[in-house]
Design a protein around this ligand. Structure first.
Ligand code: BG6
Length: 497
């Protein structure tokens, strides 16, 4: 697909995400020859920067790029930065937006970007309405000359109610087909590979149901804490920050029925159905027995003190916000009836890892019962990150007399495909939006269905002293109570330990 000439306006251009993810992704796209001939970035933000300062802060002197830039990049960088501009946007006033409009129009005509504009909202959700409204007032949503697209960063709302309001707001000013809600997990190759594993192989899909699958386990662990984002995180927590978005998107890809084709709407229709089939926990008993929240406490790692969550900058000293969440839930449809899903996400774990484990049922009739191997052990492990790949665990005969069965691994690593440059999530997603492909973006109804599942849990946890907030030390796999959740069926697979 050809990428058309275009102008990308980044709102929140002086913020962390721009320097950390967006600009490096755009640079990589440029290096890989994916950008169109005429391409301009216009950063817009409160900071009073000049074009030069913008270029310096996010490229030439950016701590996120410094070590990565090699000498041969220098000439290329000089050409690239010449296409980057900055506009100070100090208020929400019409006059300010009309100045921005003028700047956009001027850059568009000087650089021949043909009226094709992407507006990237890398700003807190409280600013979404104001910016989209202003763009609308300026007529910048109208696609009479070129096309117009709006990329929105999460969080998409704070709960179901606010997510609906946000969707309604955005749809007041832009058509749904112009709105791209970014969930960077969908940009990860290994997440997309869930679709290929299932629907391009006749060895998996026939087994992908309640007849053969015992249970599904998903772990998302980060070794870092909340870093500098305490202020945001304390109002959010693991369930909102990771679960409602990234993890439920992964769940949807595991649960969904085969789409008619790989077309964006077909895939998104099936994902929506999948999300709607998650059993919503309503009564207190179910919520009590199937949800666990916890917080990391201050600990010592390698002789160094690590702050507890409540000591982090921007975090309330008696905060009950969870940095660990584990849930057990069911999916109410034909394919998945009675198959439990165990999903957990947390910060300050022993390692950074995300993986999906499909645990298969043991053979219906076991003839090697006394062989020493637990025959329930067939597993398909999809390593989302790091060591991206797919691992199958299966039984083989131990050479020698009798039938002793041992577990063997069939292991595929993406890194063995050395000739392919695996695009970073943001790189891939930005390129898709530039080309008008929304397949890997979340649709309004999907986001709402995900909130509908998470909302009752948030309500149950909120201000409820009966729901304990367990503590766990940094560097362990969460509170011990989380083991009870999965006991009876198995144990959490703790990758790397
Ligand atoms: C973000 C969350 O969406 O995803 C962060 O807001 C989290 O809290 C991050 O650290 C994890 O992303 P990744 O790609 O590093 O797994």
């Amino acid at each position: 697909t050809k990428t058309q000439n275009q102008l990308l306006v980044i709102f929140g251009a002086s913020g962390d995400l721009t320097a950390r993810k967006l600009i490096p992704a755009i640079l990589n796209l440029a290096k890989g020859g994916h950008l169109p001939e005429n391409f301009v970035v216009l950063g817009a933000s409160r900071s009073s920067w000049s074009d030069e300062e913008f270029r310096k802060n996010v490229i030439t002197e950016s701590k996120h790029l410094k070590e990565k830039l090699v000498d041969e990049d220098k000439k290329f960088i000089a050409e690239f930065t010449a296409r980057m501009f900055y506009h100070e946007l100090s208020s929400a006033e019409d006059t300010d937006y009309s100045k921005l409009n003028k700047r956009i129009t001027q850059l568009d005509s000087e650089h021949d970007t043909e009226g094709n504009f992407i507006f990237y909202l890398s700003v807190p959700p409280s600013a979404h309405e104001m910016i989209s409204n202003n763009l609308h007032k300026q007529g910048l949503h109208k696609e009479d000359k070129g096309w117009r697209r709006l990329i929105v960063e999460k969080p998409f709302g704070y709960d179901l109610k606010t997510a609906k309001e946000l969707n309604a707001t955005l749809q007041r000013y832009f058509k749904e087909s112009q709105i791209y809600r970014i969930d960077h997990y969908l940009g990860k190759e290994t997440v997309q590979n869930l679709l290929v594993t299932r629907f391009a192989n006749s060895i998996f899909e026939p087994l992908w149901n309640r007849n053969y699958i015992h249970y599904v386990e998903i772990t998302n662990a980060e070794s870092g804490g909340v870093e500098k984002r305490g202020g945001y995180y304390d109002k959010s927590g693991a369930l909102r920050d990771m679960f409602q978005s990234h993890l439920l998107q992964i769940v949807a890809l595991i649960v969904m029925e085969p789409p008619l084709s790989a077309d964006a709407e077909q895939i998104r229709n099936e994902k929506l159905k999948a999300l709607k089939s998650l059993r919503i926990m309503t009564d207190e008993k179910t919520l009590h027995e199937n949800t666990i929240r916890a917080q990391y406490i201050s600990s010592v790692i390698d002789g160094k003190k690590v702050n507890g969550y409540r000591e982090e900058e921007g975090v309330d000293a008696d905060s009950t916000t969870e940095t660990y969440a584990a849930l057990k839930f069911f999916v109410d449809n034909w394919r998945w009836a009675d198959v439990p899903f165990y999903v957990r996400t947390a910060k300050r774990m022993p390692t950074k890892v995300t993986e999906v484990v499909i645990h298969f049922k043991s053979p219906h009739h076991q003839i090697f019962k006394d062989s020493g191997m637990d025959q329930k052990d067939n597993k398909l492990i999809i390593r989302i990150q790091p060591d991206e790949g797919v691992l199958i665990k299966f039984g083989v005969k131990v050479p020698g007399q009798g039938f002793k069965v041992e577990r063997a691994n069939l292991d595929f690593y993406y890194s063995s495909l050395t000739e392919t440059h695996v695009m970073e999530a943001y790189e891939r997603l930005l390129l898709d939006a530039m080309q008008g492909d929304p397949t890997l973006y979340a649709r309004a109804d999907e986001v709402e269905a995900a909130w509908a599942f998470v909302d009752p849990i948030l309500d149950y946890w909120k201000d409820n002293e009966d729901v304990r907030v367990y503590g766990y030390s940094a560097g362990v796999w969460g509170p011990e109570n989380a083991d009870e959740l999965i006991e009876g069926i198995g144990r959490w697979r703790n990758p790397g330990s």
